[in-house]
Ligand binder design. Structure first.
Ligand code: SF4
Ligand code: SF4
Length: 141
């Protein structure tokens, strides 16, 4: 049987509402070492200051972006725009085309309650979705 994202055209158009940049239900923005370095350099900060101010280590030992008191990602500006957009993490660049979201209709519909851009706009070509999934998979390697 074809995977869900191949059997049905998935539409997506980001409205820049910023909801995916707000934590909840254990949601974190995971950061690889290269991503940490890229974002730190982009902001022009020292390693120590950047780690203290912007990063957080979960109980499981994963490095993630810290949250502001209201749950907003530490990189989300007051104008609801990402302050590190050109170097944002793979997790953010590939959203909502994550393996756990596109594998079934139920998962896609569940996620669409958080993201108003899903089921909006034009269908996204399967090749584009495939490329995003491949990027996500590099994180798991
Ligand atoms: S890094 Fe940027 S795009 Fe990713 S969650 Fe934070 S503010 Fe949003
Ligand atoms: S929740 Fe969806 S529509 Fe809103 S900013 Fe994130 S990707 Fe865009």
């Amino acid at each position: 049987m074809k995977p869900f994202f191949k059997s049905q055209a998935l539409r997506f158009e980001c409205t820049r509402c910023g909801r995916c940049c707000v934590a909840g239900n254990g949601y974190h923005v995971y950061l690889g070492r290269d991503e940490v370095a890229r974002i730190r350099d982009y902001l022009g900060l020292s390693t120590g200051w950047f780690r203290r101010r912007y990063l957080y280590r979960t109980e499981a030992g994963d490095l993630v972006a810290a949250c502001q008191e209201d749950g907003r990602c530490v990189f989300l500006g007051e104008d609801d725009r990402c302050r590190v957009y050109p170097v944002r993490p793979v997790q953010c660049r590939t959203y909502p085309f994550w393996p756990e979201v596109v594998h079934s209709r139920a998962a896609w519909q569940r996620e669409s309650r958080r993201c108003e851009g899903m089921d909006r706009g034009s269908p996204i070509p399967v090749a584009v979705i495939r490329a995003r999934l491949d990027e996500c998979n590099t994180l798991a390697e």
